[in-house]
Write a protein that binds this ligand. Structure first.
Ligand code: ADP
Length: 496
């Protein structure tokens, strides 16, 4: 056996990567798929397109590596989290589009849950806050939207899954209906203390248990992929949500270690070990993974818009033609000239949880230029990260001595330097940025004995580059104070 394959099913594209024994990338393939925006604030995917693009990427990565399918020891899945799918158990046909994590279409269901006083129940049981972000209200929405779906769900004819579950079901030709702890912990239906679906919350949302997948370890064999799909029966050896997989891939398997991923959004997670953390600051408590029957937890700061604000500069404003241009543009000015952008385009996530906040640009003068605006957009990513990093320090009682980073936007050296300056701690960027895929490959490879210990992969990630803070404390504090004032201006903007 020469390889382990990661299937990395993201929000905008499906990727597959083959890793060799040294953790080196030997084949990659990737396909974008369509984003559907049926109404303002709604985001949906076609489940068939998710599967088709993922299958094509897997076949493509095998071909590009020049590998034989029989040489693949296992495959690991990592996926966009929270996105909810419901399909017919017998035919495998989805009954509704996949409702994506970013979608706000279930905000009214959340309002109703809040008005019933369920905030504390949800927080204690699931570690989450009531928000349209999580899967539970998306399931309720689908069961209401499709005639007869509630009854069919009660009769056990339908299956719910997050994207990992959908891919496992498709790969195994419908033989396996299962998820694992990290994805289950994002549904707002899973009790992260008792490690079971929560009957109180199922009842509150009238979601039948018969709809739900079995919850298993993140590292362990779920079943084999059907030979017809990938050319051989390959064990599905592990799965984890994208952020948890990145935490594992970054080598944060010890309590106290933290990473931040700069993608569409930004997600800062700190491993808290077997201790279930309780946040007082607006972070989420979540399951990092379950391995060998042992569950470990993490504190998470979820920022909805980070790299997506750069996409907005490109596609919405036409200020840039590619994300890479932002670095030189930001460096061409000394500062933002007092401009702050709060990219609350879909409200604010951690630690504010304000569904009514909206994007806000403040401090404009006649001297404001395109470059100031671009720089303010990059800086906003770093300020949002400081917001959640402070909460992680408060909740955990651990002052991080450095921050490990990954994700598409961490290639931007200006952003990484500004991040180190605003945090006042070094930022560590690995040489190999495919840590999310590597994390899921590691979970799978460990399950089949391809690797014995996650530490074997540390070399593959590399020492990387360290950005040391160089800004004075006064300047750091005064810039950050300005950000806090700007955030206040963005809050509660949408009226009922
Ligand atoms: P995801 O997995 O969420 O789709 P990726 O990790 O692939 O995201 O990162 C893509 C995001 O990073 C995009 O939102 C893009 O705008 C942003 N991005 C890519 N390159 C840069 C760059 N050089 N500077 C700033 N942002 C960037």
């Amino acid at each position: 056996m020469k390889y382990v394959m990661a299937l990395d099913q993201g929000t905008t594209s499906s990727r597959a990567i083959l890793f060799d024994h040294g953790g080196n990338v030997v084949g990659v393939d990737q396909y974008e798929f369509e984003q559907h925006f049926p109404k303002p604030g709604w985001v949906e995917h076609d489940p068939r397109e998710i599967w088709d693009s993922q299958l094509r990427a897997a076949r493509g990565a095998i071909a590009k590596a020049g590998a034989a399918p029989s040489e693949i020891a296992a495959l690991g899945i990592t996926n966009q989290r929270e996105t909810a799918l419901v399909w017919d158990r017998k035919t495998g046909e989805p009954i509704y589009p996949a409702i994506v994590w970013q979608s706000r279409q279930t905000a009214p269901i959340c309002d109703e849950l809040r008005s019933r006083g369920l905030d504390d129940e949800v927080k204690t049981r699931t570690g989450l806050v009531i928000d349209a972000y999580f899967s539970a209200t998306k399931i309720r929405f689908i069961l209401d939207a499709v005639a007869g779906a509630q009854e069919r769900a009660e009769r056990g004819e339908l299956a719910f899954g997050t994207v990992d579950t959908w891919l496992i079901y498709k790969l195994s030709h419908g033989r396996v209906h299962a998820t694992e702890y990290s994805n289950a912990s994002r549904t707002m239906l899973f009790n992260i203390e008792t490690l079971d679906w929560d009957d109180t919350l199922l009842a509150a949302l009238n979601i039948p248990r018969a709809l739900l997948p079995e919850v298993r370890d993140s590292s362990g064999i779920f079943g084999n992929s059907a030979a017809a799909e990938l050319g051989a029966e390959i064990p599905i050896g592990g799965a984890a949500g994208d952020q948890q997989a990145a935490l594992f891939g970054q080598g944060c398997s010890q309590p106290g270690r933290a990473k931040n991923t700069y993608g569409t959004g930004c997600f800062l997670l700190m491993n808290t070990g077997t201790k279930l953390p309780r946040s007082k600051t607006g972070l989420l408590s979540t399951i990092a993974w379950g391995i060998g029957g042992r569950v470990e937890y993490a504190l998470e700061g979820s920022i909805f818009v980070a790299g997506a604000a750069i996409q907005w500069l490109r596609d919405g404003l036409g200020l840039i033609s590619s994300a890479d241009e932002t670095e030189a543009a930001a460096r061409s000015v000394d500062d933002t000239g007092g401009v702050y952008l709060v990219p609350a385009f879909v409200g604010l996530g951690a630690p504010y949880w304000d569904e009514r906040a909206r994007g806000t640009l403040v401090g404009l003068t006649r001297g404001t230029t395109r470059e100031h605006l671009i720089r303010a957009t990059l800086e906003a990513i770093a300020y949002q990260t400081r917001d959640v990093a402070e909460c992680v320090a408060t909740d955990s009682g651990i002052a991080a001595e450095s921050l490990r980073v990954d994700g598409g936007a961490c290639r931007n050296d200006f952003l990484m330097q500004f991040q180190a300056d605003i945090l006042g701690v070094p930022v560590r960027r690995p040489d190999m940025l495919e840590v999310t895929a590597l994390g899921s490959a590691a979970l799978a490879g460990l399950a089949v004995g391809f690797w014995q210990d996650a530490a074997e992969l540390e070399q593959a990630v590399g020492k990387g580059r360290v950005f040391e803070p160089s800004m004075g404390v006064d300047q750091r504090d005064s810039l950050y104070a300005g950000w806090k004032r700007a955030v206040e201006r963005s809050r509660g903007w949408i009226e009922d």
